[in-house]
Design a binder for this molecule. Sequence first.
Ligand SMILES: [Zn+2]
Length: 352
Amino acid sequence: MARVRGGLSGEDRTPGSSEGWNANGEGSGPYDNGGGDDPGWYGNGGGEGPGSYGNGNGGGGQWPGAGGGLLGGGPGRHVRRRRARIAAASVAGLAAAGVLAGVWTAQAGEPSHRTGAAPASSAASGPSSSHGAAAPVPGQTSVPDPKLPAPLVNMDIAHAAATGGKAVNITIDDGPDPVWTPKVLQVLKENGVKATFCMIGPQAAAHPEVVRQVVADGNRLCDHTVSHNTSMDHMPDSYQSKEILDAEQMIEKASGGVKPMYYRAPGGAFTPYSRQIAASQGMRPLGWNVDTKDFDRPGVPTIVKTLKSELPNGPTVLFHDGGGNRGQTVAALKEILPWLRQQGYGFSFPVR
Ligand SMILES: [Zn+2]
């Protein structure tokens, strides 16, 4: 199943079933692009890919996942979100049971990736004002395409916590949802936690009051495209930019003028092009390290267990507030957030 993708075409394809099931290529593993931007525990600079868990150059994603390959959702095919997820989830499951474990082990075991050395310069590299020239922003390892708008923020895929140290970034995807997002917000509030919400444009447009509540509570917004097409990295550039920019507008309008600060490709289907387009709008590409797989509703204990076991992967944790009944997610957060505090974790936003 390594054939699935393994760095053949995609980019930072991510793991797991819910967002992921896609492998990635280009070298920036979903679990850490390295990229020097990651001052957190697992960040370590040096070139694209070699994050502690990054796959490095062209090594494909941690999770070769079904991605474009098995999903068959290749170019030109606009997969419907829910269906694709279900199909992908089962495929990813197979993959995870097999080859993926090998990939993971190999990568995680790379001594050079385990030093945890964090680049001193990289913490919280804020938005840069370097317009005009397509020069990399500080700490950036990707080389911007001079024919495209220059990135305003680092265009490498972020995983680290802006605060550095022992912290997690809670990220909540696929909303907003008028039922579940408020419940998630309530749990966050009860625990004094702020999170990053990766929203789907039309849903933001349909529920602006929810978007505004997310913002009012001090959370951050993230662009999660219009259509949630996990094969969008196979689509033409024009499609990718429209997906990103249209969603950005919808979210910004719904929020009352608050811009998304991040861009998370559905399923981690980033491309260098889409990362630069997002970064040119001030949205830092955002990956994740821990997929709780809450999307699959495996049961609250399993979600909690997954989080605990994958936490060593890095600080950015993925949950969902959209795409179906998220009761398990809400219940899991009620357990997880206090537990994280007990363990000494702080809560952060991802680096920009
Ligand atoms: Zn998603």
